[in-house]
Design a protein around this ligand. Structure first.
Ligand SMILES: Cc1cc2nc3c(=O)[nH]c(=O)nc-3n(C[C@H](O)[C@H](O)[C@H](O)COP(=O)(O)O)c2cc1C
Length: 217
């Protein structure tokens, strides 16, 4: 007997449950960051489930790719902001190539955004300022944990975390904890349609100017 999980599934097209304004080339802004900002404002307004956790992909200089989830902290005029460990795998790979890619999918609105771009690291003054604004327990966890390194003694790490989190002296930003900006140079906005003729608008940056057009999905 065939396991139910292995049975061919009926294709269920994405249904925009709480659709934003429909993706329209004639009304799409010249700067795709503005469109992303509009989409983010909408998804945040409808209490979607964790809409700011996105997939960040990087590559080593030798072309070995990797990906993981990070929190998109802000959409700025020409960049998006996130934070991570400079010495993590992603940090090392971004330093090697100067590039990253982000993939976003929101089931509530059947929208997706994919972009690639160049990476810039914030300077020490901004990193110190942003670190100081984080809750103390977040600061403590960043101070006692170095992403990707082996963890031979979890109890010792927890004790170090508690000592810091429950203390009163300011916690210094560990030099490896930094904020990053991706400046997109190609962005694709995708909108799911119930007839599976999904709609996509692709933006490309050339000579400092964005061009845009519809692409088949
Ligand atoms: C929901 C969620 C949000 C996360 N947000 C971040 C984040 O903002 N920054 C970060 O460095 N890691 C974040 N992580 C952890 C990363 O996914 C990853 O485990 C870690 O950064 C190490 O990645 P790397 O070894 O590929 O560099 C998050 C994980 C999840 C599941």
């Amino acid at each position: 007997m065939m396991n139910d999980l292995l049975r061919p599934q009926t294709h269920t097209p994405p249904k925009p449950a709480q659709a934003a304004a429909s993706l329209d080339l004639t009304r799409a802004p010249e700067n795709p960051l503005r469109l992303l900002g509009d989409w983010v404002a909408h998804i945040l307004s409808i209490a979607a489930v964790e809409p700011m956790y996105v997939t960040l992909a990087t590559s080593s200089g030798a072309g070995v790719v990797s990906s993981r989830t990070v929190q998109m902290l802000d959409v700025e005029a020409d960049t998006i902001l996130f934070t991570t460990n400079f010495g993590s795998r992603k940090g090392t790979e971004m330093a090697e190539t100067g590039r990253a890619a982000v993939s976003i999918y929101w089931r509530e609105t059947a929208q997706s955004v994919n972009f690639t771009g160049t990476v810039a690291v914030a300077d020490d003054a901004e990193n110190d300022l942003r670190f100081a604004q984080d809750p103390r327990w977040v600061q403590a966890s960043r101070a006692v944990s170095f992403q990707g390194r082996p963890l031979p003694d979890e109890a010792a790490q927890l004790a170090a975390f508690r000592a810091l989190a429950e203390g009163h002296d300011p916690i210094a930003r560990p030099p490896y904890w930094k904020w990053y900006r991706i400046r997109p140079d190609a962005m694709t906005f995708w909108e799911g349609h119930s007839n599976a003729l999904n709609r996509r608008i692709h933006y490309a940056l050339g000579g400092g100017v964005w061009s845009k057009g519809m692409v088949q999905s």
